[in-house]
Design a protein around this ligand. Sequence first.
Ligand code: ATP
Ligand code: SF4
Ligand code: MG
Length: 312
Amino acid sequence: MTAPLLEVTGLAKTYPLKGGRAVRAVDGIDLALTPGESLGLVGESGCGKSTVARLLLRLIEPTSGVIRFAGTNIATLSDAALRPFRRDAQIIFQNPHAALNPRRTVFASVAEPLVVQRIASGTELQGRVARLLQQVGLPETFLWRYPHELSGGQKQRVCIARALALEPKLVVLDEPTSALDVSVQAQILDFLQDLRTRFGLTYLFISHNLAVVRQVCDRVAVMYLGRIVEEGPAEQVFAAPRHPYTRALVASVLPPRPGALPDAPLAGDVPNAAEIPPGCRFAPRCPLRMERCTRDDPALEGNAHRVACWAA
Ligand SMILES: Nc1ncnc2c1ncn2[C@@H]1O[C@H](COP(=O)(O)OP(=O)(O)OP(=O)(O)O)[C@@H](O)[C@H]1O
Ligand code: SF4
Ligand SMILES: [Mg+2]
């Protein structure tokens, strides 16, 4: 079996509040990504997806847990020791309009990581940045443009070029197309797929859009209120979702399977992560709720396959 590139165990992030309360944004998750695969992380707004992204990149400090990247636990490394990891793992954010400095040219933005890591300078630097632009489908003339002279899709391509500059192994994409026009979204998704194959990249692809995840991911992990409730091959999760939360999410984008009763659509909103309900955290919204669900937490019952539900 191929060794995972990234292996996460018991990862948690808690933000303390006044009065002894706390926001449990990420509440003990396990994940593994093998080299070259694309794992989708899905869930509604506020489930903790971006917090996972920031934790994995060590942009914020975990409260607890292990993040093993190529065998090394990066959760506890010092800033100096994190330097090689900072080259190998990159993130692409949702909003390319905010990710680029309006006063810097495309050249300056894409060159920045190469300059910071002291990898290239002078004409070599310009040549490398021009090649990166070519790889993301932008002409060399764009080098001297400013963000306001670019469309949303072109800005996201510049962000992708910057993320690729250091030849990373892992790319975390946090809703990479949701700020773009629908017509541009499809182009960027195709392009991201192509890049993954060409450069052998490993993706953690975060989205609340199941249709997008179905299109681009090999595996899917479903997150609800700080935990992963179901995880498996994308085909399997979409064809036969097990957890009632996954079933409701899938029902919102796909017609019912032939012969199967339609699953009820999701009602209500994700509860506040500072007020996690007792027992099963999905119980207040679950159409299959049983008496014990509001009392016992299925995730603590030693469930296999990360499906934390008695009904799944
Ligand atoms: N710095 C912070 N301080 C306190 N609470 C936070 C902080 N950052 C995130 N949270 C809370 O943690 C929970 C998870 O937030 P997160 O941004 O990870 O969700 P998300 O799944 O990415 O949502 P979205 O789909 O809207 O981007 C939310 O309840 C959020 O309010
Ligand atoms: S444990 Fe109970 S409330 Fe929770 S998802 Fe399963 S059936 Fe629904
Ligand atoms: Mg988010």
